[in-house]
Design a protein around this ligand. Structure first.
Ligand SMILES: Nc1ncnc2c1ncn2[C@@H]1O[C@H](COP(=O)(O)OP(=O)(O)OP(=O)(O)O)[C@@H](O)[C@H]1O
Length: 246
């Protein structure tokens, strides 16, 4: 589904130069849930931004469902994101003036697609918000707002969903509900989820964890548990990458 090969990304110049990604190779198989973990500043958000074509790489290749992101024009990238990617952020990023339903409809409106009210009802019901469609974000709890954001990310049935700390602003019970929803997206709809997180419990909902340190992949864990992730994080040492080549 998504394949990063020898990706390098540097910010700043001269003395301020920061090597955010330093030769990253990762393969994300279609229909899988991957967590990206690593210490603060290890390059997790940069990796997500580059994999989603929100930021340009300096060197290397990014293939998303066969499309070479590193070579596409801004316009082509915008269309690809609009049609095939969904985004979920820590801070929900809902439009305050719009109701939950209108927020969910927004990606379809922006894409000029026909809006089927029944499909929006279904999308809201899938995230447990069938009764809340007419509420504005300020009238919803954090967990409910994040569920609106998930419904919005799913409404175009994107192939891949990028989530940056989606549970960072939620209490642990609400976080688990949101993570179960993301896991369900993968299991029931075969979509691909790529999630940056600091939280070993959040990572345990994924099927594989990729660890980053200093802009490099240092290893991965398949079928992680919160304990195995926490141990790996505590002992994070650069080592041989186990990720598959493309
Ligand atoms: N726009 C930018 N300009 C300059 N430096 C940046 C920029 N974005 C990120 N960096 C630097 O690149 C490195 C990687 O940052 P990134 O945000 O990807 O790390 P992270 O692992 O997501 O960190 P955190 O867990 O703290 O969010 C850091 O040293 C950061 O300071």
């Amino acid at each position: 589904m998504a394949c990063l090969t020898a990706v390098h990304k540097t910010y700043g110049r001269g003395d301020n130069r920061v090597r955010a990604l330093d030769g990253v190779d990762i393969y994300f198989a279609a229909g899988t849930f991957t967590a990206i973990m690593g210490p603060s500043g290890s390059g997790k958000s940069t990796l997500l931004q580059c994999a989603a074509g929100l930021d340009r790489v300096d060197e290397g290749k990014i293939l998303l469902d066969g499309a070479p992101l590193h070579r596409l024009s801004e316009r082509a990238l915008t269309e690809l994101r609009r049609d095939h990617m969904g985004f979920i952020f820590q801070s929900f990023n809902l439009i305050p003036a719009l109701t939950a339903r209108q927020n969910v409809e927004l990606p379809l409106r922006l894409a000029g697609r026909v809006i089927d009210p029944g499909a929006i009802d279904k999308g809201l019901a899938e995230v447990g918000l069938a009764e809340r469609g007419e509420h504005r974000p300020a009238e919803l709890s954090g967990g409910q707002q994040q569920r609106v954001a998930i419904a919005r990310a799913l409404v175009t049935r994107p192939k891949v969903i990028f989530a940056d700390e989606p549970t960072g602003a939620l209490d642990s019970r609400t976080a688990r509900e949101v993570l179960a929803l993301l896991r369900g997206v993968v299991e029931q709809h075969g979509q691909t989820v790529i999630m940056v997180t600091h939280d070993p419990v959040a990572a345990s909902y994924s099927q594989q964890v990729v660890f980053l340190a200093d802009g490099r992949v240092t290893g991965e864990l398949i079928e992680p548990t919160a304990e195995s992730v926490a141990m790996r994080m505590a002992a994070l040492e650069p080592g041989e990458s186990e990720t598959k080549p493309c």
